[in-house]
Design a protein around this ligand. Sequence first.
Ligand code: PLP
Length: 408
Amino acid sequence: MATVKTFVSHLECSLTGKRYAKGTLQTLSEAGKPLLVKYDLEALAKHVNKQVIKDSNKNGFWRYENFLPVTKSENQVTLGEVVTPLITLNHSCEALGASSGNVIVKDEGRLPTGSFKARGLCLAVSMAKELGVKHLAIPTNGNAGAAMAAYASHAGIKTTVFCPDDTPTVNIAEIKQQGGDVYLIDGLINDCGKIVAEGKDSVGWFDVSTLKEPYRIEGKKTMGMELAEQMNWQLPDVIFYPTGGGTGMIGMWKAFNELKTIGWLTGKLPRMVVVQAQTCAPIVRAWENKETSAVPWENARTVAAGIRVPAAIGDFLILQAVRESDGFAVAVSDDDIIQMRDNIAAGDGLLLCPEGAATAVAYKWALEQGWINKADTAVLYNCATGLKYPMTTSFKRLDQGMIDYGRF
Ligand SMILES: *Cc1c(COP(=O)(O)O)cnc(C)c1O
């Protein structure tokens, strides 16, 4: 029963600042807004230094356990997380208009269940285990449900999952195979969310919807901490993030600010860029209209299923991160996304997911429009393995008796 040295002081409403107790099951605040986990950063900084982190023998993001809320190591559920690699685009950078070496992909597709949803759901499941929860439920476009099913099954916790009926088959199958009780719903993710919320009292499951419990953000926070450590505590000038519910955006911005508070990061933090699809861009529209929250998007659709989120409960936090970081928000077309995915896969041997490819489209646009310049170092987040998505089905055939070797 190893105790982890943790520094959580309390939880706090992200809108009103009202304080809530740590160590008990929490959902949204009384104001109906996400709760953020707050730490005694002064005490943390006295206990941990960069060398302690560097010397950690834990898997992947569990090396940041002192910045996380799990208090006992047996509750740190693990499926063998890795530190995801940074891959510089060599051949494709010319087509992007970029200077060589300045466009770097953080490939989150290497995590368990093939997406960065592993970070958030691993933490949510670990805290559920710590707090004695027996049954979890989640609405999902695919990747979150798969990550939750995998981690919850590993931890011996029951999982019920609802997804839109046009979710790619591979995601639905993955959820089921990893022990999730999965249902297809004739609606979008928000409709699935309603079912989870309404069933809470009668079924007794715990709602793990994006930002409706406090710990998925803490998991996504590790994405920012890991980037900082990998880049030797010198962050890039700009980060392009495919934004759906915004957990990653909010989590990374939280990480950078915590690290700045304890003096591990100095100087200007990266500009945070929201990337959405033109056919589902509520945050981009709100940013363009200089609003502090977003109006739900009607008729949302896009090939980038992970960012098909018409309404995000943390909209004001996403917009806050963009504003505070002097960032911006860009919407890109599905056609450009697929073209970009194909070009980068062929040019650099890196098969991005459509959401990841969207960030490269946004980078190219931002450079052309003068939002960023060539000298800026940019990190693009590829959030899932490209293997989970439909790929080309047009292949060449040869008749084995009649091969003309001149054609190769
Ligand atoms: C969930 C998801 C996103 C969006 O992430 P948020 O942090 O919720 O905004 C982007 N891409 C993929 C592949 C996803 O699964």
